[in-house]
Design a protein around this ligand. Structure first.
Ligand code: HEM
Length: 276
């Protein structure tokens, strides 16, 4: 079974096929590239503002300002980014609807978008406004957002040809943890990551030949899970160590990591629409 929108909504096929012949798809089509630039610029605003906000909740980045102050400054740009990326997405989507309708990556992207909205508006923004103190409502939104985020990742993972896009998410997670850790934890984490990168290169270029896809696939998937474990362990060590120092709840920090990565995953699924 595949998970493209056409598998869930087969009765919409005729409507989708007609979308680029009517307003607004028809008008957007000749200007597709320009509107796609608008999509990317909105994504840059969303990604940049969300990273600044969530890094502050993790306890790094703009630490001279309180989380509430950072939220006051970057909050409006989060809204502009979310509205911009959805609006331009709908417009370019109407001009290219059949590609989206048959794309498994697009299903993962839409579920990722839902998780991103819940984690941003239900957790990151209100959490920063309250200077990191979580209410019951934020905890409920956090659990719900994480569950939907996990579903989106599983969908992306099952999208054949697009699932290598999950390496973007691992790379982003790996770099954020490297930036957030300090002292001995950072050096140990960096050492383990470099050893893993070297081991993966040896396995996928020397032990298994670079064109032997049948054997490369399981090797790369195994490495992906090992990287995930090391990144999660690095993040957990950072949360425990920083809680001993400057305070801020483990919930706020864990959610802030998810608040960044959910948008990276959604964007990666967007980029990999081209493949599946
Ligand atoms: C209703 C929401 C959205 C719709 C309908 C939508 C639709 C689209 C479409 C039609 C494309 C062009 C695909 C192609 O022809 O290859 C695209 C690309 C893309 N989208 Fe979205 N999108 C939406 C939301 C988002 C969000 C929330 C993000 C990021 C967080 C995002 C990130 C991207 C990226 C990174 C690309 C690739 C651009 C490129 O390679 O030039 N999109 N999207």
């Amino acid at each position: 079974m595949t998970i493209a929108p056409q598998d869930f909504f087969p009765h919409l096929a005729d409507w989708v096929a007609n979308l680029d012949d009517v307003f607004p798809g028809k008008q957007i089509k000749p200007w597709f590239a320009q509107w796609e630039v608008g999509h990317i610029v909105s994504l840059i605003l969303l990604g940049g503002s969300s990273i600044l906000l969530n890094l502050r909740l993790i306890g790094v980045g703009l630490t001279e300002e309180s989380p509430a102050e950072v939220r006051r400054n970057v909050g409006p740009w989060v809204h502009v980014g979310v509205v911009g990326v959805v609006l331009t997405g709908l417009l370019i989507g109407s001009a290219n609807a059949e590609r989206l309708y048959t794309s498994e990556a697009f299903s993962a992207k839409m579920v990722g978008l839902l998780a991103g909205v819940i984690l941003t508006y239900g957790v990151s923004l209100p959490l920063a406004k309250a200077d990191g103190r979580a209410s019951a409502g934020m905890r409920i939104a956090g659990v719900l957002g994480l569950a939907i985020f996990a579903l989106a990742v599983c969908m992306f993972f099952s999208a054949k040809l697009a699932n290598p896009g999950l390496w973007h998410v691992l790379t982003a997670g790996g770099l954020i943890v490297l930036y957030a850790t300090r002292g001995r934890i950072r050096w140990i984490y960096l050492g383990v990551m470099l050893a893993l990168i070297a081991a993966q290169q040896v396995m996928t270029h020397i032990v298994v030949k670079a064109d032997d896809y049948e054997h490369l696939d399981p090797v790369n998937k195994t490495f992906a899970f090992v990287f995930l474990g090391v990144i999660a362990a690095g993040a957990a060590a950072q949360i425990v160590a920083s809680n001993r120092g400057q305070g801020g709840s483990a919930f706020a920090k864990g959610m802030a990591y998810a608040g960044i990565l959910v948008w990276v995953m959604t964007a990666a699924a967007g980029r990999w629409l081209a493949f599946a």
